[in-house]
Design a protein around this ligand. Structure first.
Ligand code: ADP
Length: 335
């Protein structure tokens, strides 16, 4: 798919961006780990959906991937919370069986809303969401939701927290102990079986949260910045562990929201770039990097950086196109 031509207005912003980009490149050379969008303010820009303005990286976005066998199908969905502006507008997205899809985009563009719509925690104002061919009209079972905050029971031990997942998953009580052992092994928590959440680091608490979801054995994993509160190194380690666990869990479908473009590229089969407001899908990239992936090794590949760069450019063009210059400088100048 070829990107749409840049409008004259956008060209001005592109010139600005070229200058700013060289500053960013210098900054990235100093600190190559800075690809986190969490400082990026949301934009009021309205840009044609699934348009890209920049392909200097040689990486092209793909057309909408429509799959007959989609596990999740989001069709022309718009969403407006009561008394608020439109949060999402005309979103189409298919997630295939076993696919790992990340969603990136500035704060407020509707990423979490999309997850809530898939899970049935919210219902769309227009359009529809279907999971395995059935319209989602109430909160679904069979969905594992993981948040940035671990939501563990503070008064329960690690094992007891995992038990909650087993109970929800309908496991027979007689199998609890062996299954807990298995999950503690999978998440590297064997020594912490009887520890309480307050005794664990942030990374370890997220491992418990992951173990609890695995205990539940959901069909679809919805992950809303699960590692967003962790330091950069722990985040990479957790990403690696998630990859390992995901491959052992027979590659269940995952929808993973993150502000971190590197994290998205390193984990995903596909990265969906959103913009807003209202939130819409701008571009999708199929991530053609061999699996299994090693979290550190994959970051050394030139192609990895070309994906990161292409996605960065899409997001920055939206912000610059919307006149959100302060947001751009916040990203480029403060790290
Ligand atoms: P993101 O996850 O990309 O940061 P969200 O999905 O959280 O974005 O929010 C998208 C938009 O919807 C924002 O403008 C946000 O303020 C609004 N929004 C989200 N949740 C609610 C809610 N429960 N009630 C009203 N507005 C909401």
């Amino acid at each position: 798919m070829q990107p749409v031509a840049a409008s004259p207005r956008r060209e001005t912003f592109l010139q600005y961006r070229v200058e700013r980009r060289s500053q960013r490149d210098r900054r990235l050379r100093r600190n190559p780990n800075v690809t986190d969008l969490s400082t990026l303010m949301s934009s009021d820009a309205h840009i044609d959906s699934r348009s890209s303005t920049h392909t200097a990286s040689g990486i092209e976005p793909v057309d909408r991937i429509f799959r007959e066998e989609a596990v999740v199908r989001i069709t022309d969905v718009s969403m407006r919370y009561s008394g608020s502006e439109w949060a999402l507008s005309n979103v189409d997205l298919d997630i295939a069986e076993g696919e790992f899809v990340s969603i990136v985009g500035p704060s407020g563009c509707g990423k979490s809303t999309l997850l809530k719509l898939i899970s049935g925690l919210e219902l769309p104002s227009a359009g529809h969401v279907a999971v395995r061919g059935r319209r989602v009209d109430r909160p679904l079972s069979g969905i594992g939701f993981m948040f940035q905050r671990d939501a563990l029971l503070p008064w329960a031990t690690v094992a007891e927290n995992i038990e909650v997942g087993l109970e929800c998953g309908g496991y027979p009580k007689s199998q609890f102990d062996s299954r807990i052992d298995e999950l503690l092994g999978l998440t590297g928590l064997q020594r912490f079986r009887n520890a309480f959440p307050r005794q664990l680091s942030g990374g370890m608490r997220q491992r418990v949260a992951l173990a609890r979801i695995l205990a539940y054995a959901p069909d679809i994993y919805l992950m809303d910045e699960p590692f967003g509160a962790l330091d950069a190194q722990t985040k990479v380690v957790m990403g690696q562990e998630l990859m390992t666990i995901w491959s052992r869990a027979a590659h269940k479908s995952v929808v993973f929201v993150t502000h971190d473009i590197e994290e998205a590229v390193s984990l995903s089969d596909r990265v969906v770039v959103m913009g807003g407001r209202p939130g819409r899908i701008r571009t999708e990239y199929r991530i053609d990097l061999e699996r299994p992936r090693d979290a550190r090794e994959v970051r050394r590949q030139p192609r990895f950086h070309r994906y990161v760069d292409a996605i960065w450019n899409d997001i920055m063009s939206e912000n610059l196109g919307g006149g959100a210059e302060p947001a751009a400088s916040a990203v480029m100048g403060t790290h």
